[in-house]
Design a protein around this ligand. Structure first.
Ligand SMILES: CC(C)(COP(=O)(O)OP(=O)(O)OC[C@H]1O[C@@H](n2cnc3c(N)ncnc32)[C@H](O)[C@@H]1OP(=O)(O)O)[C@@H](O)C(=O)NCCC(=O)NCCS
Length: 165
């Protein structure tokens, strides 16, 4: 049976996302990041991997989320190796709830869920100007594995970052 919450941090709760949370997730995505997704995409991602689509809740309101998927293919860490890879697709906290350690806890929970699903590594793309997110990922042991030129629509480059699980 699934646990109701994964982690409690003061008044905040980290738990799995539910379908009824998705409009709040989309709204956090809209206000926090330039990359947006359709409601179909959010729902499909939740259906595909509910274990690693997590939210932070406070007073019954969603204040942050992380959504992930699993991909099979070339390892981002080792040459000529095929891997089952966790991919962080999108991750954000509402501005007024940042710098409380919640983002870090959210990523840690998602990493554990991906490991439990058999992933041997995790990767993500991040804007090279996004020093706060890069700092967080480095604290969690991620390394920059490559730079992807003009990855974003506005032509900013991305770092691909990854680590073993
Ligand atoms: C990235 C983001 C999710 C971090 O969430 P958060 O809850 O504020 O992160 P935490 O409080 O857990 O921070 C963990 C560490 O990350 C780094 N960090 C986070 N925000 C930072 C900032 N504004 N400046 C510098 N370092 C920062 C720090 O090393 C921090 O540890 P510390 O507080 O002990 O110094 C949040 O800033 C956000 O939503 N940003 C907009 C969306 C985004 O960029 N998402 C990532 C896309 S790849």
């Amino acid at each position: 049976m699934q646990k109701a919450s994964l982690r409690k941090i003061g008044e905040y709760l980290i738990r799995r996302c539910k379908k009824e949370d998705l409009s709040q997730v989309a709204s956090i995505n809209w206000t926090s990041l330039p990359e947006h997704y359709s409601s179909y995409f959010f729902e499909a991602t939740l259906n595909e991997l509910p274990e690693a689509f997590l939210v932070v809740e406070k007073d019954r309101m969603v204040v942050g989320y992380i959504m992930c998927r699993i991909e099979y293919g070339m390892s981002v860490l080792y040459k000529f190796r095929i891997a089952r890879k966790g991919h962080i697709i999108s991750f954000a906290m509402l501005e007024q709830h940042r710098r409380k350690g919640l983002g870090r806890n959210l990523v840690e929970e998602a990493l554990q869920a991906l490991k439990d699903k058999g992933c041997s590594e995790i990767f993500l793309e991040v804007r090279i100007s996004n020093s706060s997110a890069i700092g967080l990922y480095k604290k969690l042991g991620f390394k920059i594995v490559s730079t992807i030129r003009w990855y974003y629509r506005d032509e900013e480059d991305a770092y691909m970052m990854g680590r073993a699980l």
